[in-house]
Design a protein around this ligand. Structure first.
Ligand SMILES: Cc1cc2nc3c(=O)[nH]c(=O)nc-3n(C[C@H](O)[C@H](O)[C@H](O)COP(=O)(O)OP(=O)(O)OC[C@H]3O[C@@H](n4cnc5c(N)ncnc54)[C@H](O)[C@@H]3O)c2cc1C
Length: 395
């Protein structure tokens, strides 16, 4: 049985940042990362943007190993035993720890009863598969008009592919952006050659040498390759199995057919990223943490949070715990439009827009119970730190 001072399950952005956090405090203690992916830690956000716009693949890698962490790829952890402080992988091998970090991220939602081969885009392997597929595929279908669908729609179009996006909402990124913006994005994408089909559900998918997608409005669309971005679910199963979180309730199946967890899912941590067990921490997408400025508990599925919370968790594991009070930001690139956002970005909230949106720069604020809970800068209207300043202020 191998034994480490610091063991990290998951090999993504949070894991890499945790190594840096540990090393900022402890230059000696042994660190191992166990990751089920075949690749060492890499910059996941590049998969849907930069790598399609000329950034060389070499730039995807994170410098985790240089900080003195052992990286074990292709290892899926199946069990966590808190009494003996060890985890067991899929081959039955056990790995002991003094301090453990769960940085297991999220897994994409899938379509029910669909044939194999739909690309639920998340990993570097998915990126390589899509790159390979588009050497032959001419017409690509993208199911989903949210974060991943909108970015891939733009990136594949820039790469000369014929793209059709289809989704149930009325507009692109409609769950984040208010109707005037998301409706405008439909037109903006169409002008660039993307076919945008709104207000449809996928009823059935079949496949012979091409893909047939049967829609709720009676249409059947034919594609050479099919990609889906249907949102993600936290990989909190190890914590559940070890009894670390409160039980997660499931709501009825959504329109995509996948049972949707209620918002309080993930691995619950305190403000030091520590779970109910003092030697087990969680960070990144999977962590359900106290969002101090808003006085809520939430998960955040974005890069800045993965990096900051991973670093804080690493420092805490190494004995220098500081409260995690960072206000995470996220960004996206849709053709030549960039936006950044902080806080709760949900178009169901009361939304106010300032500036000549959408064609010019502007700021969108999101309001709840008389205060600003989210702020979005459209086309570089406001620096991210100024967005952060807005959060929590009265409306
Ligand atoms: C295509 C794409 C583009 C994105 N672009 C942006 C962006 O522009 N801006 C932004 O803010 N955010 C973006 N995100 C989100 C961002 O990448 C995530 O928030 C971030 O990667 C989360 O980091 P993490 O380390 O928590 O989890 P992950 O990066 O998901 O890493 C978790 C790792 O743990 C592994 N794992 C899980 N369970 C086990 C187990 N039991 N045993 C072993 N290994 C396990 C997984 O395989 C994975 O490798 C993007 C996400 C995707 C998919």
């Amino acid at each position: 049985m191998k034994s480490y001072r610091y063991l990290i399950v998951g090999g993504g952005l949070a894991a890499d940042a945790a190594v840096m956090g540990i090393r900022a405090v402890d230059s000696e203690g042994s660190i191992a990362i166990l990751s089920e992916e075949p690749h060492p830690p890499y910059r996941r956000p590049m998969l849907s943007k930069a790598l399609w716009r000329g950034t060389p693949i070499d730039e995807v890698w994170l410098p985790t190993a240089e900080a003195g962490a052992e990286i074990h790829t292709g290892i899926q952890v199946m069990r966590l035993d808190l009494d003996t402080k060890c985890v067991q992988d899929a081959r039955g091998e056990e790995w002991r720890f003094e301090k453990l970090l769960l940085a297991t991220g999220c897994i994409p939602r899938t379509l029910p009863q669909a044939p194999d081969g739909i690309l639920y885009f998340r990993t570097l392997s998915d990126y390589f598969t899509l790159r390979e597929a588009i050497t032959e595929a001419e017409h690509i279908g993208i199911i989903g008009g949210g974060y991943i669908g909108s970015e891939l729609g733009a990136s594949l179009t820039i790469n000369g592919k014929r793209v059709t996006m289809l989704f149930p909402e009325t507009g692109i990124c409609a769950r984040l952006l208010p109707p005037p913006l998301s409706d405008w994005l439909n037109a903006f994408y169409r002008e660039r050659g993307v076919e945008v089909i709104t207000g449809v559900l996928v009823q059935r998918v079949s496949r012979d040498n091409r893909w047939q997608v049967h829609l709720s409005d009676g249409q059947t669309l034919i594609f050479d390759a099919l990609v889906a971005g249907l949102g993600v679910l936290p990989r909190d199963e190890l914590a559940h199995q070890a009894g670390l979180t409160t039980p997660t309730e499931f709501s009825p199946p959504t329109q995509t057919g996948t049972p949707e967890k209620k918002s309080l899912d993930g691995v619950r941590v305190n403000r030091f990223l520590q779970t109910a067990h003092p030697d087990v921490y969680a960070a990144g997408d999977v962590a359900l943490f106290p969002y101090a400025r808003l006085g809520i508990e939430t998960r955040v599925e974005h890069e800045d949070h993965a990096i900051a919370s991973g670093f804080y968790a690493g420092q805490a594991m190494a004995g220098e715990a500081q409260p995690y009070e960072h206000l995470p930001m996220f960004y996206s690139e849709l053709f030549d439009i960039r936006y950044e956002a902080v806080g709760l970005i949900d178009s169901q909230l009361e939304v106010r827009m300032e500036g000549d949106l959408p064609t010019e720069a502007g700021v969108i604020t999101y309001h709840q119970q008389g205060r600003i809970v989210g702020a979005l800068s459209w086309r570089n209207a406001m620096p991210v730190d100024d967005l952060r300043e807005l959060i929590g202020h009265s409306s």
